[in-house]
Design a protein around this ligand. Structure first.
Ligand code: SF4
Length: 247
């Protein structure tokens, strides 16, 4: 069964581009048409690569924000990713508790912010750790470090003080956890420039006007939106013409 969960963007593996798995009769079945959401919804991890400049096709995120769609299956081994991530989170949680922190994990930290325009933004930080006046949000990463990881934690640091809970109205510090390597993100990074970048990104992605599509082999092959929903999708790598005589 193809994945209809629209929450997290876990994959950096190329997706399988067929129009759905073969039916028992052997022919490819038609994809389920995308349905319009009643209001714009944005999962934090959908926008971090845009904010970091690691992705250019804003239309893909706009579409996710406005539609419920049938995802192209990811090449990611989700079961292994989930197990590895859970193990890293358990290890980190135990280490923080040993240091005297009270630790809140995953669903305990879920939040949804609704803006003046009605756009919803949701996220789920891996860990919030509190010890006296110290409060820190952490995200555990099993893959290679990326600039977008910083934006993910920065958005959590920005959003959580506006959510009910022990983090309400508090200044949070941030941290990325790559195995045994810890990368601190100080609260001083939450400045007007970041707030403006976040605000503009949310309004562009959650707004009614669709951004221009930017099909490219580099992005389309990782994109979970099929050609049924995006006919401009690039399914193959452009080949260079031989005997060009340039060098
Ligand atoms: S398939 Fe390509 S062009 Fe279409 S939304 Fe995804 S990245 Fe953009």
């Amino acid at each position: 069964m193809r994945n209809m969960n629209h929450e997290e963007d876990l994959s950096d593996k190329p997706v399988h581009v067929a129009n759905g798995p073969p039916s028992k009769g052997g022919s490819a079945r038609k994809p389920i048409p995308a349905g319009r959401r009643s209001k714009s919804f944005i999962w934090v991890t959908w926008i971090t690569k845009l904010m970091a400049g690691e992705k250019q096709c804003e239309w893909a995120t706009w579409f996710r924000s406005h539609y419920i769609w049938e995802k192209v299956p990811s090449g990611l081994d989700v079961a292994k990713w989930t197990a590895d991530h859970a193990q890293l989170l358990r290890t980190r949680k135990a280490a923080l508790e040993a240091e005297g922190f009270t630790v809140y994990a995953e669903d305990q930290n879920s939040f949804t912010l609704v803006g003046e325009t009605g756009i919803e933004v949701s996220g789920k930080p891996d860990i919030v750790a509190i010890r006296g006046a110290e409060i820190r949000v952490e995200d555990c990463k099993t893959g290679s470090p990326r600039h977008s990881d910083h934006f993910q934690v920065l958005i959590y640091m920005l959003a959580l003080p506006h959510v009910e809970g022990p983090w309400k109205d508090r200044k949070l510090e941030g941290r990325l956890v790559y195995g045994n390597t810890l990368v601190d993100i100080p609260s001083s990074k939450i400045d007007d420039q970041l707030k403006e970048l976040f605000r503009k990104t949310i309004l562009r992605i959650g707004g009614e006007e669709p951004p221009t599509k930017m099909p490219s082999w580099g992005e389309c092959r990782y994109c979970d939106i099929s050609s049924a929903d995006c006919p401009e999708r690039m399914e193959t790598e452009p080949k260079a013409i031989g005997n060009h005589g340039l060098f």
